[in-house]
Write a protein that binds this ligand. Structure first.
Ligand code: SOE
Length: 387
């Protein structure tokens, strides 16, 4: 008989919606046979401080109940797993409470405000043996997983370069306050950092997954708008997040890399791109054309050689066969369903290698972010701690 995983979701903003969508889709597209084995999701409860809004969310997204106190939710005996969708400054506190109550944890990225907090979370969760995931979603897009598979098969030969960008433009206005729904991302106390933890963390997760560990970094950051009204006080406060960050780094495999992220690239809304250059092949991906993996193979005869564009929508591409018929596109939202499917798969078979980032992998990403911020401050190369 399939075992129910009764989810308690804390926070119902943008990420609460993406995860809830995954909870409702996963059983349809990655079905488990309820009469034999496996795990299936039950949307048991959602928690938020505003009773009317959280009740409305519960009704809209099919949660059986709602709470306004997250501690009460975490203590409930009818909840098996907690999904933390709150701002970054509460991830550690909630996760540690979940562990005390024996709940599995699915935590929104980044893992914590910094490595020191992350270490406590990793230590506690590993001691408890509870399954844990961090929602670095982009690696689960078919084209990104295909890139991972191609590199893992050694097809690129020696890897020379990795480069990634994550460009946005939504904070250019000086009128935007810091604090409050969505805008807590501009408040360092709530977010920990700016684009480094919010956007580069995604690029770093993908890069470490595909190309291995990063050993040292040299970074620069800028805060273009130095003061903003804080919604909590109504007064103008200094802005201490990084609005933009560029860093160079070395990977353990000897490859060199550059990463850039900003919220001030006028015209770009979420331009996440990466490129990997190997001795034999190169790969290139762009979130705005997320079903395609661009692929250059030097082994092709010279007069036919060129960049090919693989539309990763065929049945033999990662995850695609679980959805529609070949050629039809998937989108951003599918990445979360795939992350969840991998999590459920590993509950069925805990010994199988995990395709999803757990707390320890996310701690490694956190260490890179910490090193990047330290390097920007000290203007020195900084070695990255190993998770
Ligand atoms: C806003 O910058 C944001 O929503 C991030 O918080 C997400 O992690 C990223 O995927 C898209 O942009």
């Amino acid at each position: 008989m399939s075992k129910a995983i009764r989810i308690g979701l804390i926070g119902y903003g943008f990420m609460g919606r993406t995860h809830s969508n995954a909870y409702s889709q996963v059983g349809h597209f990655f079905p488990k046979d309820k009469l034999t084995a496996g795990h299936h999701i039950v949307r048991q409860a959602v928690c938020g401080r505003d009773e009317a809004k959280v009740k409305d969310f519960a009704e809209k997204w099919g949660y059986a109940s709602h709470e306004t106190d997250w501690r009460k939710l975490v203590a409930r005996a009818d909840i098996d797993a907690i999904d933390i969708c709150t701002p970054n400054d509460s991830h550690a506190e909630i996760a540690l409470e979940c562990i005390k109550h024996g709940k599995m944890i699915l935590c929104e990225k980044p893992l914590a405000l910094n490595g020191a907090q992350g270490e406590k979370m990793v230590e506690a969760v590993e001691k408890s043996g509870l399954p844990n995931l961090v929602w670095y979603n982009y690696r689960f897009l078919p084209a990104v997983t295909l890139a991972k598979n191609i590199v893992a098969a050694g097809e690129l030969g020696r890897v020379f370069h990795y480069r990634a960008n994550f460009l946005q433009d939504w904070t250019i206005s000086t009128e935007l306050p810091q604090g409050g729904a969505g805008l807590w991302r501009l408040d360092a106390a709530a977010a920990g950092s700016g684009v480094t933890g919010d956007l580069l963390a995604h690029c770093i997760d993908t890069a470490r997954w595909i190309n291995g560990d990063i050993t040292e970094v040299s970074a620069m950051t800028e805060t273009f708008i130095k003061e903003r009204v804080h919604t909590a006080t109504g007064k103008v406060h200094p802005v201490t997040i990084d609005d933009a960050c560029i860093f160079l780094c070395r990977f353990e495999n000897g490859s060199l890399a550059q990463f850039e992220s900003t919220r001030y690239a006028r015209g770009h809304k979420a331009l996440y791109t990466f490129e990997i250059n190997g001795e034999k092949k190169s790969l290139q991906w762009d979130l705005h054309d997320l079903n395609r993996l661009n692929y250059f193979d030097h082994a092709v005869p010279g007069d036919r050689r060129g960049w090919a564009s693989i539309h990763t929508s065929d049945g033999d591409h990662p995850y695609s066969g679980n959805w529609w018929v070949p050629g039809l596109c998937l989108g951003y939202e599918h990445s979360f369903t795939h992350a969840l499917a991998e999590f459920l798969k590993s509950l069925d078979d805990p010994k199988a290698p995990k395709a999803y980032p757990d707390f320890r992998h996310a701690l490694g990403t956190q260490y890179v972010c910490d090193a990047v911020l330290e390097s920007a401050k000290t203007k020195q190369w900084v070695k990255v701690k190993k998770a």
